[in-house]
Design a binder for this molecule. Structure first.
Ligand code: IPE
Ligand code: IPE
Ligand code: MG
Length: 251
């Protein structure tokens, strides 16, 4: 299938391209409800947005894409929905592997992955292994992921290193702490996008988003495609990232 770029086929010269974009893919249920469809249809349509966005990232020069796909709190949804989501995730990983290979995408996952059902874990491990040498976009799926859980896991692993005498407390710095997070090998996101209009983090990348620019769009995830990503980058490009400093011209 030809990649369906619509209007925004060119990248404006003024567009600042972030190295790492993180997305809270929200609104699949509402998208389906608006169309009188079951929630599962929304999650399936959302899977199509994933491919388009990962390919857009490659075209635009974004190296890292991190997608919030299932949160620690999502385990508290009705059992029927959790089972459906796990089934769709397994199918997504199986069906999309050839596309990920074709698109040269490297897949990673973060979260408490040991909580995933064995059949999902097997597909995930397989897709991660098969795509590990790919060099285009690194796509990280946050699965059974919670920012607080990640910080707790990092604190535990640091405490263990201290207990074993491998580390002293005065060696615990921001960088050391970051190196114990699930994301130790990828840079912090420059841009966080949340779809469906909600203005909250919902326990996503609490440490890593410290200085990310945040763009909220009212579009639901299944309708978030290339053009919407470019619109978010345009908004990002207008932001002045000061990191707590004073701009030289104002000093
Ligand atoms: C996002 O869509 C996907 C997951 C959280 C798994 P939702 O399922 O949260 O959709 P809404 O928010 O109910 O519309
Ligand atoms: C956040 O969406 C989690 C994912 C997109 C995977 P939710 O729909 O679960 O978040 P809340 O409940 O609106 O905060
Ligand atoms: Mg939601």
């Amino acid at each position: 299938m030809k990649f369906p770029f619509k209007k925004k086929t060119t990248t404006p010269d003024t567009l600042k391209v972030p190295e790492h974009v993180a997305i809270i893919m929200d609104g699949n249920g509402r998208w389906a409800k608006n169309r009188g469809l079951p929630r599962a249809a929304g999650h399936r349509a959302g899977a199509d947005s994933v491919r388009e966005i990962v390919r857009s990232c490659d075209k635009l020069g974004i190296k890292y894409l991190t997608l919030y796909a299932f949160s620690s709190e999502n385990w508290n949804r009705p059992e029927k929905e959790v089972t459906m989501l796990m089934g769709l995730l397994e199918k997504f990983l199986k069906d999309k592997l050839p596309e990920m290979l074709e698109d040269n995408v490297r897949l990673r996952a973060i979260g408490r992955l040991d909580m995933l059902p064995a059949h999902v874990r097997a597909e995930l491990d397989n897709a991660i292994e098969k795509t590990s040498k790919n060099t285009a976009v690194t796509m990280t799926l946050a699965l059974s992921y919670g920012g607080r859980e990640e910080i707790v896991d990092a604190a535990k692993s640091i405490a263990e290193a201290v207990n074993k005498g491998e580390l002293s407390t005065d060696q615990i710095t921001n960088d050391l702490f970051s190196s114990h997070l699930y994301t130790s090998d990828i840079p912090d996101p420059d841009l966080l996008i949340r779809t469906s209009g909600e203005v909250r983090l919902s326990n996503f990348l609490l440490w890593q988003l410290s200085y990310a620019e945040i763009v909220i769009t009212s579009k639901n995830w299944p309708e978030f495609r290339h053009d919407e990503l470019v619109t978010a980058l345009e908004e990002y490009s207008r932001r002045d990232r000061r990191f707590g400093k004073v701009k030289p011209c104002n000093a």
